[in-house]
Design a protein around this ligand. Structure first.
Ligand SMILES: CCCCCCCCCC(=O)SCCNC(=O)CCNC(=O)[C@H](O)C(C)(C)COP(=O)(O)OP(=O)(O)OC[C@H]1O[C@@H](n2cnc3c(N)ncnc32)[C@H](O)[C@@H]1OP(=O)(O)O
Length: 153
């Protein structure tokens, strides 16, 4: 299935969380299921915190990139445009809040995102991490359209 991240151009495909060109990264793949966005990801044994459970920083980075991808997809969807069309919507993280609700076991995880708000250059995304039917973490991300000046001081 076509993922949001498959539409990122090469020059922004090096992100540790979602870049398809980053061989050391998570390379997450996110798609729509109705009005929700979904990412499935199975942590590796080296993503351990307490034996048998996933490291919180991993969970946070999955929520982060799931949500920035969701923000971009939501803006294209709002405008009725294909993700390859121009002008491009590229989002970075303004803020990332994560609540760890329960220990997250090492095993397949499903992230489900919903768009809470679209306002100007900002998209607020809520994302829940599930291990099976159990919600183990919940995040809220404020994603902001990347300014042209990004990376310049
Ligand atoms: C395909 C391309 C993407 C591929 C990469 C994916 C990225 C993966 C996720 C990441 O890890 S990104 C890396 C971590 N993030 C950064 O390095 C971002 C560093 N910060 C910035 O560059 C700027 O601070 C930022 C672009 C986030 C905001 O600066 P702006 O000058 O563009 O924001 P502006 O002041 O115009 O505010 C626009 C809206 O965003 C809101 N906003 C900005 N920063 C915020 C913040 N930190 N927290 C909450 N809201 C924030 C702000 O309140 C406002 O909302 P309202 O319109 O409702 O007033």
């Amino acid at each position: 299935m076509d993922a949001f991240q498959d539409h990122y151009p090469e020059n922004v495909s090096h992100c540790y969380g979602c870049g398809s060109k980053n061989k050391h990264g998570h390379q997450i793949k996110t798609h729509w299921e109705g009005d929700e966005t979904v990412t499935r990801f199975t942590p590796e044994p080296y993503h351990t915190s307490v034996p048998g459970f996933a490291y919180g920083g991993l969970i946070a980075s999955l929520i982060d990139c799931h949500s920035t991808g969701t923000a971009a997809a939501a803006m294209y969807r709002q405008e009725g445009r294909d993700m390859d069309s121009l002008p491009a919507f590229r989002f970075v993280t303004g803020s990332l809040h994560v609540d760890f609700l329960k220990p997250t076991p090492l095993g397949e995880l499903t992230l489900r995102g919903t768009v809470k708000e679209i306002k100007g250059r900002k998209v607020v995304v809520e994302c829940t991490v599930f291990a099976g039917d159990v919600a183990t973490a919940r995040g809220e991300v404020v994603a902001v359209q990347m300014p042209e000046s990004f990376g310049q001081s």
